[in-house]
Design a protein around this ligand. Structure first.
Ligand SMILES: C[S@@+](CC[C@H](N)C(=O)[O-])C[C@H]1O[C@@H](n2cnc3c(N)ncnc32)[C@H](O)[C@@H]1O
Length: 286
């Protein structure tokens, strides 16, 4: 892990010193189409803080496998699940590359609904309880995505890689759930994590608020309620910066996020560029 400037406070992680794409090592060999990848330095910071070498880490909603890859690179073993076959395929390619570079560690990914974790983990090499869970649940049906400029489209700027699935949305997908179903769905996933975790093990979940139909959804509070309802305890709450810190914050904003912030300001709304996400650190009671 590269040396990074310490955060402004111990509870704030300086995870945005480099732009997210610069945080990705050569282990990320497969496509960039996923709409909401975890920033690698958030994963490395969580892994370093809440696990040790040789531990096993589980990500029940692993996308392209960022948590699994960063775990392998830090001498942990890791296991990922994702509902969408297209992300599982990308994660598998990334994991193979990471394992080739770090032969002492293993990673595995399986496709399925994280609400059925116990069923999915049966038959894999993951037999013992896991030492840590690390995950970032989906937030909202679409994200800002990446722009195709007019040079590419020949016309208007187009949004790309902003959906959780290129096919028809699956009913089990938490990305397209209504707010009430989202909390119940998360609770089911966390209940599976509780069973899979060793007593005293940490479950680290990152979450950002998002806007839906112009209203702010306090997603971190959803996650907390779901974790507590599943039987986890909330051990710590941290902030992971999505901004470079040098005494002041310099957010790394996407093209569309910046556009939305500017547009809102033009209309007199006090909107700020997003500079952090919440890190919710749960624990399985001993
Ligand atoms: C925010 S993304 C995680 C991204 C991941 N951390 C990465 O770096 O690529 C959330 C993921 O949850 C997956 N997902 C949504 N509902 C799911 C479910 N019921 N079971 C398993 N995965 C699910 C989505 O396909 C998506 O890839």
């Amino acid at each position: 892990m590269s040396k990074r400037t310490p955060g402004p406070l111990p509870s704030i992680w300086a995870t945005g010193q480099a732009k997210p794409h610069r945080q990705r090592s050569d282990a990320y060999v497969a496509g960039n189409a996923h709409p909401a990848k975890m920033w690698p330095h958030i994963a490395t910071t969580a892994i370093a803080r809440y696990s040790k070498a040789g531990d096993t880490i589980l990500d029940p909603m692993c996308g392209v496998g960022t948590s699994v890859i960063e775990a392998i690179q830090q001498g942990r073993n890791a296991y990922g699940v994702d509902l969408e076959p297209e992300w599982v395929e990308l994660a598998r390619a990334n994991i193979e590359a990471a394992m080739a570079a770090h032969p002492g560690s293993w990673g595995e990914v399986v496709q399925g609904d994280a609400a059925d974790l116990a069923l999915l983990l049966d038959g894999t090499r993951l037999r013992a309880p896991v030492d840590m869970v690390l995950t970032s649940p989906p937030y909202g049906a679409v994200t800002h995505g990446q722009p195709d400029t007019s040079r590419v489209t020949g016309g208007k700027i187009r949004n790309r890689a902003h959906r959780y699935s290129t096919g028809k949305a699956k009913p089990e997908s938490l990305a397209t759930s209504s707010a009430s179903r989202l909390q119940a769905g998360l609770e089911a996933v966390f209940a599976g994590c509780l069973l899979a975790l060793k007593p005293g093990g940490f479950a680290v979940v990152t979450a950002r608020p998002f806007t839906e139909a112009g209203a702010l959804v306090d997603f971190p509070s959803f996650v907390i309620r779901a974790g507590l309802a599943a039987g986890l305890t909330l051990a710590e709450r941290r902030v992971a910066l999505l901004a470079r810190w040098d005494g002041a914050l310099h957010p790394h904003v996407t093209f569309f996020h910046l556009h939305n912030v500017r547009e809102a300001r033009r209309q007199g709304k006090k909107l700020f560029a997003r500079a952090h996400e919440d890190v919710l650190v749960f624990r399985k009671p001993s």
